[in-house]
Design a protein around this ligand. Sequence first.
Ligand SMILES: [Zn+2]
Ligand SMILES: [Zn+2]
Length: 201
Amino acid sequence: MEPGTLVYDPATGKVGEYQDNTGPYVMLRPAGGGREWQADPARIRVATLEERLRAGVRAANDRSREGLSPDPNRPPVPVSGCAACEELAVRRDQARAAFDGSAVTDANVLLRQHQRKEHGGEPAGRRIFRYVPYSIVQDASALPEYQAYCVSGEVEDCGATSGPRPSPAEVEEWQRRHTQETRHLRYRRSFADYAVLERQG
Ligand SMILES: [Zn+2]
Ligand SMILES: [Zn+2]
């Protein structure tokens, strides 16, 4: 198998780029980059078009969540004579006809991705990337909350709770008291805080 081939790994349900053999395993890398994983060479197979497309959408979505996304206002134009462009344009047309907005977006994402890779960027026009940097900070105007919930019990959780407390120490104190009174030993604890995004620059 050629390095770079997109294969499907049934053990993880993921599509990855074939890297190489290391001992009894093959190394696969997620389509959009990321951490490699080991797969059983006897079980992997070349990914179907459907699987490749799905993996591509996922990778592109991961990237756009990171804040880097192409200008969403300009749908990419298929390059005439290219089968892959054609296929994605047909997909987009079908999605438009079905008023399936998210499928239209997916097709556009894949078309851009394919064109970046195969045609050196989108033809006839500039690519505009908008990158807006934000920092995420804890909201100082709201106190974080710590809480414990008693999940002891044979049939049902006991359900007793400390209620929100401003510090973990208070929650522990409540747990000790509750255990003393009931001999209950198991708790679910949670922490909540508030965060705000602040635009930089
Ligand atoms: Zn193309
Ligand atoms: Zn309890």
